[in-house]
Every structure is written in C-alpha cells, then in structure tokens.
Design a protein around this ligand. Sequence first.
Ligand SMILES: C[S@@+](CC[C@H](N)C(=O)[O-])C[C@H]1O[C@@H](n2cnc3c(N)ncnc32)[C@H](O)[C@@H]1O
Length: 231
Amino acid sequence: MKWGKNYISDTQRLFRIPLHPGSLEATKLIMSRIPLREGFTICDIGCGVGITLNFFANHCNCQRFGVDISFKSLRRIRNHGARLLNASAENLPFRSGVFDLIIIESVLLHCNMKSVFSEVSRIAKPGGQIAINDSFLKQNRPKGVREFLAHVQELTRVPIIPPLTLDESSHALASTHCEIEFMTDTPQADSSSSIHRAYGKFIRWKYRIKASHNLSQYLENKIIIARKIIE
Ligand SMILES: C[S@@+](CC[C@H](N)C(=O)[O-])C[C@H]1O[C@@H](n2cnc3c(N)ncnc32)[C@H](O)[C@@H]1O
C-alpha cells in the first residue's frame, strides 16, 4: 500500500485547525498545567502544519522546534521563528537532554509508541516535561480493534498502528525514566463550531467513512503529562 505520508497536509491545509483530540481547548489545558518560562526549549513532535507551534509563539518567548515525517506539512507552516525538521518521531535528530518540554498531539496512532517514548525521554532534559494528547487502546481491549484499524488504514492510506492501553503506556513511560504527573480525559472540542463540522464532513466524504465507523468504540483520548526523573 502506498502510504499517504502527506495526508494531513492535504486536509489540514483546507481548514487550518488542529487535528488532535479536543482541538485547541486541549492544548490550552496542557499549557495551563505547565508554566512556560522565557528561554524554554520546546519541541512539537508530529507538528503538522504548525498550529500548536504558532500558538506557543503567542504565549511565551521560547525556542521552538517542530518535527514531522511529512515534508509537505512542514512546508505549509507559516513559520514564526520555529526550527523545523523532517524526521520520524521514532528516531529524533537531537542530542540527548536538550528540551524543557516536548509535546505530542495525535501522532502516536501512526508510530511505535514504545520507540517514541524512549526517544522523547532521551531528548528531554532531566526534570523536563512530556505532554501527550493522544488516543490509547481502551483498557478492555475491544474485540475487532485490529481489523477496524486496518480498515481505517486501507481507507485513508495513513499508516495506523494499534496503540497501547493507558496502563501499558504508563509502564512504557516509567521504563524510560519518566513519571506521570497528571492525567485526564481530553476535553471535548467545541463540536458546534461550523469549521469542525465542515472538517468532519470533508473527512467522511474524502475517505468514504460511514457514520458507523466509530473510533471511540475502541480508543480513548487522554492527556498525560510526564516528567523525566532527575537521577
Ligand atoms: C493527526 S496529525 C496531528 C498534527 C498536529 N500534531 C496537530 O495536532 O494538529 C498527525 C501528524 O503526525 C505526523 N506523523 C505521522 N507519523 C509520524 C512519525 N512517525 N514521525 C513524525 N511525525 C509523524 C503526520 O505527518 C501528521 O502531521
């Protein structure tokens, strides 16, 4: 199957809204838990067309980096001083221990989660934080999830890897010397907004996804904030 590496840029370009659970409300919740300081080094992994990166630019005077596997997405960033790298979350082109904050929003479904955790922990400073807003496999491991995700992959041509459960993710993070400081359900996005409705309609039309295909049957969206332990 030909991977639709640039799938997001093609859709996000049209709407320029965040493509993660809970939209910008979720990013704001993360930021309310993490006091940003002048000079912070921040990395957005799977930054897409840079909406979160630009949001950070408006809220603190920090050094911002964005990484995405899609070159086309990076080219579409209306960049306000962030450094952009075309690379995979599973093999990050940074030295160890350089970031105060690493943010990951709606990327893990496309990656090997354990590899990403190990990489983000490596590049975090001791005491640095990792903020994740993403989808996890429901704890009761609903039947048919693999078939369902394979079907979504087939429709969208986007690589989809069945994610870990929350428990498994917590263990994986702990094994990379990170401890979880905060965890909550991702807030619901304001679904009444016309742009979100239009986006949902567009995706269903583009990928011929029927209303009965319901990700929330299998996955739950959570915000996790973890800190790299100072040894
Ligand atoms: C659903 S979008 C989320 C984009 C952005 N984080 C946001 O919240 O709007 C997923 C993004 O992850 C990127 N991506 C997928 N697999 C990746 C990988 N292995 N490494 C880095 N980025 C990846 C895609 O190109 C896409 O931009």
